[in-house]
Ligand binder design. Structure first.
Ligand SMILES: CC(C)(COP(=O)(O)OP(=O)(O)OC[C@H]1O[C@@H](n2cnc3c(N)ncnc32)[C@H](O)[C@@H]1O)[C@@H](O)C(=O)NCCC(=O)NCCS
Ligand SMILES: Nc1ncnc2c1ncn2[C@@H]1O[C@H](COP(=O)(O)OP(=O)(O)OP(=O)(O)O)[C@@H](O)[C@H]1O
Length: 197
């Protein structure tokens, strides 16, 4: 952004590391948040704008309730070529939603973009990056506690994402999500204060 536009901050982290939780902490402090996963879910839900293209590329993957997430996930998380096809449909639509979000909040001092695949997809539209990270055993316990999750699905998703250590290396800031939430919240507040100062 130009000198007087908002600071564009990208938030990422591997599955279950706490992106959504930390994004909510930024939101609680008044920062507008763009949630890429939520945008995708909306465009894949009942009547969603991506259903036609996804059904054409993956026959049987949608029904009257939108994308059959479990079934499509089973297809793409294990198959890089299929995943690339799905991403080719989804990511340009997310980019368009992101541009509209930026225009809507052009007067805010800081904007946060919560993007699971921030580094994997280039991240050229953000100026600084924040990675949320917790020890692997904490991540594993949190993810496996989710309904519908299995060891196998967790392993496949991890394999599809840039490793946590590499994300931390690339980050401008790392937020520790292995701590009690109030300590993580204090880190978020401190980072935001330093950005706005
Ligand atoms: C395949 C789909 C329908 C499966 O949905 P499901 O509800 O089972 O999983 P959910 O979306 O909650 O994702 C589970 C975990 O996998 C991660 N993930 C999702 N898509 C991808 C991907 N293409 N590559 C790596 N990790 C991914 C998520 O960030 C999350 O950590 C859905 O994940 C999807 O449409 N993905 C493609 C779009 C995409 O790339 N989204 C990520 C950021 S925009
Ligand atoms: N200090 C902390 N910071 C963040 N999350 C925490 C912390 N302590 C406990 N948690 C818990 O860890 C879980 C993190 O899940 P969350 O949905 O935020 O992760 P995510 O990275 O957005 O996941 P996904 O990549 O699957 O979308 C939540 O249940 C949250 O309550």
């Amino acid at each position: 952004m130009s000198a007087d536009g908002p600071i564009l901050l990208g938030l990422t982290g591997s599955i279950g590391m706490g992106k959504s939780t930390v994004a909510q902490m930024f939101a609680d402090l008044g920062v507008p948040v763009f949630d890429a996963d939520a945008e995708v879910r909306a465009m894949q839900g009942p009547g969603g704008s991506l259903l036609g293209a996804i059904e054409a590329a993956f026959p049987g993957s949608t029904d009257e309730n939108g994308v059959r997430r479990e079934a499509l996930g089973a297809q793409v998380f294990h198959d890089p070529a299929a995943r690339a096809r799905l991403e080719g449909i989804v990511h340009p639509a997310v980019a368009e939603r992101r541009r509209l979000f930026l225009l809507r909040h052009i007067d805010a001092p800081v904007l946060l973009f919560d993007i699971p695949l921030l580094f994997e997809t280039g991240a050229d539209y953000v100026e600084r990056t924040v990675v949320v990270s917790a020890p692997p055993e904490v991540q594993r316990a949190r993810v496996l506690a989710r309904p519908g999750m299995s060891e196998e699905k967790f392993a496949a998703i991890l394999a599809a994402q840039m490793p946590d250590a590499k994300k931390r290396e690339r980050a401008d800031y790392v937020i520790d999500t292995g701590l009690p939430p109030e300590e993580t919240r204090a880190q978020v507040a401190e980072l935001l204060a330093s950005l706005i100062a």
